[in-house]
Write a protein that binds this ligand. Structure first.
Ligand SMILES: [Zn+2]
Length: 106
């Protein structure tokens, strides 16, 4: 479904105005990002705002899922769990993930 939006639906919403499509329209862009090597990502902690390379997060393995904690404040920034129903990814403990451009292919 395609909807033309003439004004933001929520005051202060910074999503901008313009063409609003369903999630399929963003699938390619998200697919590209999710296929990134996570060790090249910089993560900002949602609790203390510290930025750190993914590889600098503290990884807790061996539980029912994998937990990544901030090295500065120990807050959980990401969780991944595989269940019979599917794989769950929770990044609600982080405020942003920076994916650097991939090197150009020769
Ligand atoms: Zn933190």
């Amino acid at each position: 479904m395609t909807t033309e939006v003439s004004s933001p639906s929520t005051p202060g919403d910074d999503a901008g105005s313009g063409l609003v499509l369903d999630g399929n329209a963003a699938a390619g862009e998200f697919s590209d990002v999710l296929a990134h090597d996570p060790t090249t990502v910089t993560v900002r902690c949602g609790t203390c705002s510290a930025t750190q390379a993914f590889a600098q997060l503290r990884a807790y393995l061996g539980g029912p899922g994998t937990v990544l904690r901030c090295r500065e404040c120990e807050a959980i920034v990401a969780r991944l769990a595989r269940t019979p129903r599917g794989t769950w990814l929770d990044i609600s403990g982080s405020s942003s993930w920076l994916f650097l451009p991939r090197p150009a292919r020769a």
